[in-house]
Design a protein around this ligand. Structure first.
Ligand code: GSH
Length: 280
């Protein structure tokens, strides 16, 4: 598979790159950002962190606003920031910001008109994972995943569904219970169909009770997040983790909202937390 470099810029002794490639999973070209620390540029195997973004985002939001380059350089970590959906003229879309392009929800759609291209679980957890493992100096067995909002849902569910691939997981303001929030109900109805029984396999609250997680989990959530009560409900996941005996650290951060100001404030803790688990 060919990786085309769209851009490359020196940052913190490493390089911030953006790649494009033809994706078999989505049937489209996909773009993603990759920060390579100095160690990776020297060809040394590096622990790697996937950062999955939220609604309306591409690889660009986190790459330009989270400040991850300095942190990834400090810990010698490769950071991979995928897009949030397939895109393009031949790809289904919706006028709303929370469905279609920019809102892939990290599931493989089974329903029309989404099924032909919306395969973001296969894309991230298999195709992109295998691609970066083959093309970049990713330290085998030392890959973690984090994400924000819809991307937090992606991080939690992909980690629990693919524990052979992801060794550490954390999230910022994640959607934890798509079966019980308007964003999740709308997207899952469209992508997976009306039968809610099929949804549970993509719901972190259900997954943690069914599949569990052998490590610990870190979640940061702002108390001034406008989506907290209606969409995010981290207490549902706290309850499910307690029931499942999974070690969750849920930090309610006073006065923080849903923005990248919140993410950039606490990202250092997450990068350090992943680095410790991936190299320990
Ligand atoms: N503010 C958006 C809601 C979507 C939103 O807040 N998206 C979050 C992720 S769920 C985000 O990171 N947006 C892009 C950014 O802040 O750069 C809207 O109403 O259109």
């Amino acid at each position: 598979m060919t990786l085309d470099t769209i851009s490359s810029a020196r940052a913190f002794g490493g390089e911030q790159r953006v790649y494009r490639h033809a994706s078999a999973a989505t049937g489209t070209d996909m773009e993603f950002a990759a920060f390579l620390p100095a160690e990776a540029l020297r060809g040394e195997a590096c622990p790697t962190l996937f950062y999955l973004s939220g609604l309306t985002c591409t690889w660009e939001n986190a790459t330009t606003k989270a400040g991850y380059q300095r942190l990834a350089a400090e810990y010698g970590l490769i950071l991979i920031a995928p897009d949030t959906s397939p895109r393009g003229e031949g790809v289904a879309n919706d006028a709303a910001y929370d469905l279609g392009q920019g809102a892939g929800f990290y599931v493989d759609a089974t329903e029309a008109p989404w099924a032909p291209h919306f395969a973001m679980e296969s894309y991230v957890a298999r195709e992109l994972f295998d691609l970066v493992s083959a093309e970049l100096p990713v330290w085998e067995g030392a890959v973690g995943v984090t994400g924000h909002s819809m991307g937090g849902h992606g991080a939690l569910t992909l980690a629990m569904k693919h524990p052979d691939r992801f060794r550490s997981v954390s999230a910022f303001a994640p959607i934890v219970n798509p079966l019980d929030c308007p964003w999740g109900e709308k997207a899952f109805t469209a992508y997976l169909g009306a039968d809610r029984a099929t949804w549970a396999a993509h719901d972190a609250c259900h997954l943690v009770e069914q599949a569990g997680w052998s490590g610990d989990i870190l979640i940061d959530q702002g108390t001034a997040d406008g989506f907290l009560d209606e969409q995010l409900k981290p207490w549902n996941f706290e309850r499910a983790c307690r029931k499942a005996g999974v070690d969750l650290t849920l930090r309610m951060q006073g006065g923080y909202d849903h923005s990248y100001y919140f993410i950039s404030t606490f990202l250092a803790d997450h990068v350090a937390w992943h680095a410790a688990r991936l190299t320990g």
